[in-house]
Design a protein around this ligand. Structure first.
Ligand SMILES: Cc1cc2nc3c(=O)[nH]c(=O)nc-3n(C[C@H](O)[C@H](O)[C@H](O)COP(=O)(O)O)c2cc1C
Length: 363
């Protein structure tokens, strides 16, 4: 009810703030007998954690996950799986300068208006630190989906004005390796170098931030997932993506570019391949009528340039007086390299939930 839970049958509830003792998640509804590979969960968290490269925030957190319940001898038992991630590097005094000031384009003013109280240390609950809990839960969902033959892949396809060319997605494992070989997490190495140079030498050195885009593919989803009319599959994925901090745009399939085409150019023609119904093109992004059609589900997410810049800015304090806020503390010059794994996690949670619904509501 209060917006801290996501999913119906594969349901997660996250808790915790940036500078509290820990953040964590309870996963309720994970099927039993799923191999819960703790090393995999940790490797997923390592891809999101701060301080991992010169183009991310220098806050140092090991983000070590501890599973408290719901597993036995390495497998899920069908009972709630709870995972906590202790907070370690809390320099709360770094934030005293914003205790009564509203950071422009952050969540300080809106949290104050809504709750009448706000934990200003690191942004409290509005901090993207909460997304570590989603990544842990998403890793569990991925382990479930792996048993179902479903794979997910996302990468940074754009930073500022830099745009990666379309990458060959025949082998998602190979793409994943290429992505993980560079700190921008872009599956096109030449574009990755351009992005890294731009983020490090133009954006970070000038104390600024820049936005970016993440493109994603979900492969192996059977035809039939999605609950029209209000819970169309793309609406569920869209909600999941728009719930991630700093996300300002979502499109699936041909997206906004597709709206420039004619029907004769855009229709996905059916054919068969190895006795399976497929479409010759995939402008639909694997979803028609809100239901998966068995093709790759493709979508793109746009992130804004985040608010914390290392400069003085005009703002208001809690009394409504004009003041200046100075750029201090540690921040991400561009969040998309860390957000790739959050996008994958949220997509995995949606598909896991929809798979369970499909089994519950249809024969
Ligand atoms: C991985 C990640 C890291 C982030 N790091 C920062 C940061 O260092 N500074 C900042 O101002 N916002 C950061 N954000 C974004 C804020 O959490 C977000 O902008 C804020 O909560 C306000 O929400 P909104 O932008 O969705 O409206 C980050 C977001 C993500 C996904």
């Amino acid at each position: 009810m209060a917006g801290n839970s996501f999913g119906d049958l594969f349901r997660i509830t996250t808790f915790g703030e940036s500078h509290g003792k820990a953040i964590g998640v309870i996963i309720d509804g994970c099927p039993s007998n799923i191999e819960i590979d703790e090393l995999f969960i940790q490797s997923e968290l390592d891809k999101r954690k701060p301080g991992q490269s010169k183009i991310t925030t220098q806050r140092k957190e090991s983000d070590t996950a501890q599973i408290l319940s719901g597993t036995f001898e390495g497998k899920s038992t069908g009972t709630p799986i709870s995972i906590i991630i202790p907070n370690e590097d809390q320099r709360s005094k770094d934030y005293s300068h914003i205790s009564d000031k509203y950071r422009p384009s952050h969540a300080d003013y809106t949290y104050q208006m809504k709750y009448g109280i706000r934990d200003y240390r690191g942004g409290g609950r509005s901090s993207a630190r909460e997304t570590a809990a989603r990544v842990a839960a998403g890793a569990v969902a991925k382990l479930f989906l792996k048993q179902e033959g479903i794979e997910l892949f996302a990468h940074v396809s754009g930073v500022g004005e830099i745009e990666a060319p379309n990458v060959d997605s025949t082998d998602l494992n190979a793409l994943l390796e290429t992505r993980e070989a560079n700190i921008a997490r872009c599956a096109d190495p030449a574009t990755a170098n351009e992005m890294i140079d731009y983020i490090d030498n133009t954006i970070r050195k000038n104390g600024d931030t820049v936005g970016g885009r993440i493109s994603a593919i979900v492969r192996g989803v059977p035809a039939g997932l999605g609950e029209p009319v209000f819970d169309r599959l793309h609406a569920e994925i869209g909600k999941a993506m728009l719930s991630i901090n700093a996300v300002h745009g979502f499109e699936y399939g041909s997206g906004f570019e597709g709206s420039k085409l004619k029907g004769s150019e855009h229709n996905d023609i059916f054919t068969t391949e190895n006795n399976k119904v497929v479409t010759k093109t995939n402008f639909s992004g694997g979803i028609q009528g809100g239901i998966s059609n068995g093709m790759d589900i493709t979508f793109k997410v746009a992130f804004k340039p985040v608010a914390t810049i290392m400069r003085d800015q005009d703002t208001l304090n809690q009394s409504g007086e004009e003041t200046t806020i100075s750029g201090k503390g540690r921040h991400d010059p561009c969040v998309v390299p860390r957000a790739v794994i959050i996008v994958e996690a949220m997509a995995a949670l949606v598909i896991a939930d929809q798979l369970l619904k499909q089994r519950a509501y249809t024969k």
